[in-house]
Design a protein around this ligand. Structure first.
Ligand code: ADP
Ligand code: MG
Length: 317
C-alpha cells in the first residue's frame, strides 16, 4: 500500500535561527496508512516543524514531503482538502460556542449540513463536550479548548490527521477520551500522525514511531523494531536484598527504590530473574519501555528541555 506520508531528505533551517542549526536535518521516513504514527522527541526536537511542513503551513528548506501520493508544493489545495490538523498553538474562533466551532469547521470543509450536524453531535459526546456545547469558546478552560480542537479534527472526514501534542494540559480522564476517539478514527481506515512527549501515549497508540532529537531522526519503526535496536532490550527489577556486584556483569544496573534495575539482553535478564527467585526475592522481568529506549538513545529524559543555543541569550556589558 502507498504510504500516507513520504518524507525524503527533509531539511528546515529557519531564516531567523542563529548559527543556522537546522530544525530538521535531512530526515527520511514513511508513514503507512490506516494507523497511528507517533512522532516523539523532547521540546525543541523539531516535531512541530515537521507537522507544519507536512500540513502545508511551512515550506521546507530542501527535501520533500508527499501526502497521499501528492507533492505538497504542486498539489497544495488538494492536499489541504484531504488532511486536518490540530496545531500545537491554536486559537479557535473565540466568539463562537463549542458546538458552532466544530460544526462550522466541518461545513467549511465542504460537508453537507445533515452530516456535519450528526458528526458534531457524535464528536461532542465522544469527548464529553456536550455540557459545554453552548458555552462560548473564549470562556472555555485551556484543556476544554484543546478538546474542542480535537473534536473538530476527529469529526472531520480528512484522510490524514495531524495531531500536535493533542493531550497536553488534559487531565488523565480527558486524555483517555482523546485516545478512544483516535482509535475510533483509525477503525475508519484513516491515518493519524501524533506528536507527543507523553511516551505512554505514544506507546499505547502508535503502531510505528519516529524518535527525533535535535532535528535528527534517531530511531524509526514499530515498537519491536525500536526494541531490537537498543543494546539492552530487557529490564529486570530485583528486590533487595541482592548484592549489586552480582548483577553488574549482566548489563547496566541502576539503584531504584527497594532494589536494583538491570537492563540486559534477554538471556541475561532471564538469568538474573532466575537468580533472584532462587534467593527468594521478588523480581519482575519484561521488555524495556519506550521511556527506557528513549533514555538509552538520547541519553536524557524526554522531559528535559533542549539547552538554549550558544549565544542565544543577550549579553550584559
Ligand atoms: N518560527 C521559528 N523561527 C525560528 N526558530 C524556530 C521557529 N520555530 C521553531 N524554531 C526552532 O526550531 C527547533 C525545533 O522546534 P519545534 O519544531 O517547535 O520543536 P518541537 O515541536 O519538537 O518542540 C527549535 O530549536 C526551535 O527553537
Ligand atoms: Mg512542538
Amino acid at each position: 500500500m502507498d504510504p500516507a506520508v513520504q518524507v525524503s531528505h527533509l531539511r528546515k533551517v529557519y531564516p531567523t535561527s542563529r548559527g543556522q542549526k537546522p530544525a530538521l536535518d535531512d530526515i527520511s521516513f514513511s508513514i503507512p496508512p490506516g494507523r497511528v504514527y507517533g512522532l516523539i522527541g523532547r521540546n525543541g526536537a523539531g516535531k512541530t516543524t515537521f507537522v507544519r511542513i507536512a500540513a502545508t503551513q511551512l515550506a521546507p528548506t530542501s527535501g520533500s514531503v508527499s501526502v497521499l501520493g501528492m507533492d505538497l508544493e504542486t498539489n497544495t489545495r488538494e492536499v489541504r482538502s484531504r488532511i486536518a490538523c490540530v496545531p500545537q498553538e491554536s486559537r479557535p474562533l473565540y466568539f463562537l460556542n463549542t458546538e458552532e466551532v466544530v460544526y462550522l469547521y466541518l461545513k467549511m470543509r465542504g460537508m453537507d449540513a445533515v452530516e456535519a450536524r450528526r458528526r458534531t453531535k457524535d464528536a461532542m459526546d465522544e469527548l464529553s463536550l456536550t455540557e459545554y456545547a453552548k458555552r462560548q469558546v473564549s470562556r472555555l478552560s485551556g484543556g476544554l479548548r484543546r478538546r474542542a480542537l480535537c473534536a473538530m479534527v476527529l469529526a472531520s472526514d480528512a484522510e490524514v490527521l495531524f495531531l500536535d501534542e493533542p493531550t497536553t494540559g488534559l487531565d488523565p480522564l480527558a486524555r483517555r477520551e482523546v485516545w478512544k476517539a483516535v482509535r475510533r478514527t483509525i477503525r475508519e481506515h484513516r491515518t493519524i500522525v501524533l506528536t507527543t512527549h507523553y511516551l505512554d501515549e505514544a506507546e499505547a497508540l502508535s503502531s510505528r514511531l519516529a524518535l527525533i532529537e535535535a532535528g535528527q531522526l534517531k530511531l524509526e519503526g514499530s515498537p519491536e523494531d525500536l526494541r531490537a535496536r537498543v543494546r539492552y532490550p530487557y529490564r529486570v527489577m530485583v528486590q533487595d536484598p541482592f548484592p549489586r556486584e552480582e548483577l553488574e556483569p549482566y548489563g547496566r544496573v541502576s539503584k531504584v527504590e527497594g532494589g536494583h534495575l538491570v537492563f540486559a539482553r534477554e538471556a541475561d535478564a532471564r538469568e538474573v530473574a532466575r537468580k533472584g527467585l532462587e534467593r527468594g526475592v521478588r523480581v519482575s522481568l519484561g521488555p524495556v519501555s519506550l521511556e527506557d529506549i528513549f533514555l538509552e538513545v538520547v541519553g536524557k529524559s524526554i522531559e528535559e528541555d533542549e539547552p538554549a543555543e550558544d549565544g542565544g541569550g543577550e549579553a550584559y556589558a
